[in-house]
Structures are given as structure tokens and as C-alpha cells.
Design a protein. Sequence first.
Length: 452
Amino acid sequence: MPTMKLTRRALAAIQPAEKPVTFWDADIAGLGLTVRPSGARSWIVRYRAGAGGRSGTLRQVVIGDPETMTPEAARAAAKEMLAKVRLGADPAAARAEERAAETVEEIAGQWLARHVEPKRKAATAKHYRVVLDTHILPAIGTRKAVTLTRQDVARLHGAIAGKARGPKKADAKRTAAQKTRGGPIIANRALAVLKAMLGWAIDLGLLPKGTPNPAVGVEAFKEKGRERFLSSDEMARLGEALTLAEGEGLPWQVDEAAPGAKHLPAPERRRVRFDVHSVAAIRLLLLTGARVREILDLEWWCVDWERGMLRLPDSKTGAKVIVLGGAALAVLDGLPRIGRYVIASTSAGTKDEKPRADVNRLWRAACRVAEIEGTRLHDLRHSNAAVGAGAGLSLHQIGGLLGHSQASTTRRYAHLAADPQRRAADLIGNEIAAALGIGGEVIDMTERRGRA
């Protein structure tokens, strides 16, 4: 095959032939320009892999085309590649391996099927799948996992965090008026899912040995723990709203200016009653400090009336016992038994009975009437713990009642256990005040709060 110095002038003079022809560079052994009958041109590098010499396997790699790569750039790229070959690299094999490598979507499918679904709770698997389908796979699902870099992951992390809130679609089912499509919190969850998935793939050899996990080293956004505890007054207003809900009903929220508003019933008749089971669910959440699904999925056989306990076969932290107070037992005792579940759903008593999906409709209405809008159902669990801490219960006792598996989880309520510390502060303060000669009436903070 012809050998020549491949300069810009030489390239301009070369014309296509009836068959593909490769012109080899006179200066860089292995660098060539292949010209096809169609006129297509490409820079190639040919080398022998392995130990070199005649015994090595002959390889060929395309490194670019003259339209986008000048002869000078092609010569520099060829030098760099051939230097790596002399050190034992095999660029052609590496490219073939990269083309055959699995995509992020393929690895995600294996991770879910082989690791998450058999070894994690169904709710956890569902959460991972939603994060993948909503945020990760649409962005990088078709990428070869082996080509992902830390910069790619950091860029994705930032993009998810920047997604805004928006109104629900016009044809959407009844949901909140605003839907969160992203934000820092879900961005952190997506980062954790991606990090765990790629780590699993590396450990199992689905990615080449020694491949670094690109999600490692990407800093998560700072998260501020949300603490919302209902005060005694707020609990009282919530109790009144719940009593109203199962009695004469809660008032509708109506836009009087909306079309058709004039055809609605009179304001005093715009009320909706809620069933005793949904009302009982909210009362039990506050009385027991249980998680929402622990109450909605609760079956009657789990209620140990003799010992005053709920024996849950499974929960977020595994099998769990919830000790019931007299008030919670009274709520349970007053519920009609319809089907398997304590909180009966519309399918109660049927062959395909399912637990109630949620009590969000009642909760939103009750919060509006009680003037505690923005409070989450999960905040009832926090409020239960806050009452215990304020009453002087130890963190160990509170953690036991809530079913915390780690003491650090309960520690968030430590600052609420103020009364024992306040008594200690009064004792110390009185002694110091007497020594300083600045005695006086000691203010009883409990009394003062009662007068406020």
C-alpha cells in the first residue's frame, strides 16, 4: 500500500478509487488514512498487541476523520496511542469491551431483580424503582456504565436538585395541588441509589475490575431535619376537628368565585362526614406514635387484647411490638370489625380485601379546620415522642415505645425533656443566688406557662 507524508496538501490530492485504499504516513509507523470509494475518509492506527513483533495480534483503531482532525492532530494522537501500546495497552480491545459493556439501565434491572427485590422490603424496592425510573434512567439510562465519571454524577445530582415544583396535570387523579419533581432531598436519594447500584455492580464484576465508583466523592446537599411537634392547643383543635368529622361533618373549601359555585348547597349544608375508621386511624397515629403504614396495614389478629399490645410481624425495623395505652385500647375497642384490617377500606370483607391506601383527604380537611396546615401525618409520631420527653420519660423508654432500632434516632427529642433539667437549674440557681445575696422569688415555669 502507498506510503507518503500525510500533509494537508497530500490529502487534498488523494482521490477515491474503486476499492478502499489506505495511505500510510512516512513519519509515524502505523498511522494511515483510509479512503473508501464513497469518498469517506478516516484516520487509523494499526499496531500489534501483546509482546509486539510478528507474534502479536494485528489490531486497527479508527481515531478520527480529516474533516474534524488535522494531519498534525492525527499524528499527535497516533504517537500517544502507540506509546501506550508499547506499555502493554490494547486500545482496540478496550473499545470492543466498552461497546459490549452494559448500560446503566441494564445494570439497574439486574440490581433490582437480583439484589434489591430478594433482600430488601417491598417498600424499599418500590422507592428505589421510582427514583430510578423518574430521575436516573431518563437522564443516563442509555450510557455505558463503565464510561460514567464523577463529573457526570455530580451534574446529574445538581440537575435533580434544580427541578422545580409545579401544578398537577389537568387530568391527574386527586393529589396535592403542587407536585415536587425534584429538589435537594430527592437528589440526595438518587445519589445514594446510584452509589449503591454501581458499588454492587463493581463487587459482582459487572464492571471491569478496578473501576472506581463514580458516585463516590460527590458531596450530598445538606439536609435540615424537620421537627414539627403539635402543642397541647393544636392537639385540642385537632381533636375537635376529628370529632366534628365523624359527627356533623367538616366544612367544604369552596371558591365562591368559581363557575357553578352558585349551584352548590347553602354554606351551612356544605359539610362532609368521614367514616369512623379513617378518624380512628389518625387518633391511633397520635396515641401510639406508630408509622402510617403500621396502622393502615394493621390486622385484627395482631391486636393482643390481654397484654394491651400490637404485635406487628413486620415493620420498617422488622418484627415489632407496640405497647398500647388505655386511650388507644378504647379507640380500638370502639371500632366495628369489618374484614381483616382494623382500619377498614372500601374492599373490607371481600375476597380481594386490601388495606386502606391513605387517609389524606380527611387529614387535609382536619388540618384546615384545626389551623395546622402544613403538618404531616408523620408529625403525629414526633408529637407522641415530644409528649413523652416533656413528661420526663427517658430516651430509652421513648425509643422502645416508638420501635427505634438505633438510639441516635431518638436523640432528636432530647432537647424536649426540659422539666428535669429545669428543676436542676432551679436548685443550682437558688444556691448561687443565696451566695450572691440576690435571692428573690423563684419563678415556677410550669405555673407561668399556665398563666400565659
